[in-house]
Write a protein of this length. Structure first.
Length: 213
């Protein structure tokens, strides 16, 4: 067991690095992202990667499961807040911070595993609970749905202006871009509060996000 522990810790570190790298590369290359590009960005050897994952598909399935685990943790932390609004804000800001929707380009390109399906269901249950609690507390606008919140997270969690400046090497503008992103998130969150006019169009159905997978 003692000999296996360091290997397990290294595998966990590699998983985290691969997930972050995949999110950034997918934001640029979409579903055509190569394993080599992800491995290079993560600083993980391609040979060791293929020793763990037999195929690109298997790697992407594992990364999706890891990402869903992040959604679950953020939602559980949100529900642990005594204040319904602060709990919802924690969930939204945390999910945006770890780029919750970044693996969206993989939708429909890989089979959904049992682990992915189980975690997606759990994530949806927790998000619904957060939204329901905020509605009951009267702090979330009554026409905002769970899918609205999830879509908001996905759109704001994509490659930000700060990341674009980082790629360009414009370090002088990164902090300003991060401030601008925080302002946009605050504006979006304020739009979720009660007291605003009605939202346009029909509310999205509960299966809208799941359908693409």
């Amino acid at each position: 067991m003692a000999r296996r522990a360091p290997r397990y810790a290294e595998a966990e570190r590699n998983d985290r690095a691969l997930l972050e790298a995949a999110k950034k590369v997918l934001a640029v290359d979409g579903a055509h992202t190569s394993v080599a590009a992800i491995a290079a960005r993560a600083g993980v050897g391609i040979a060791s990667l293929y020793r763990r994952y037999r195929t690109k598909e298997e790697l992407f399935q594992h990364l999706c499961a890891l990402s869903l685990g992040q959604w679950i943790q953020a939602a559980e932390e949100g529900l642990a807040h005594e204040d319904a609004w602060e709990g919802l804000v924690h969930y939204v800001t945390s999910a945006i911070e770890f780029s919750g929707g970044a693996l969206g380009p993989l939708a429909g390109t890989i089979p959904v595993t049992a682990e992915m399906a189980e975690k997606f269901t759990r994530s949806e249950e927790l998000t619904r609970a957060l939204v329901a609690r905020a509605h009951e507390a009267g702090v979330l606008r009554p026409d905002a749905t769970t899918v609205d919140v999830s879509l908001l997270i996905e759109q704001l969690g994509k490659a930000s202006l700060a990341e674009q400046f980082e790629v360009q090497g414009r370090d002088d503008l990164v902090d300003a871009a991060r401030d601008a992103h925080r302002r946009i998130i605050a504006i979006a969150l304020d739009g979720l509060r009660t007291g605003h006019g009605s939202l346009p169009g029909m509310p999205p159905g509960p299966g809208l996000l799941a359908e693409r997978w």
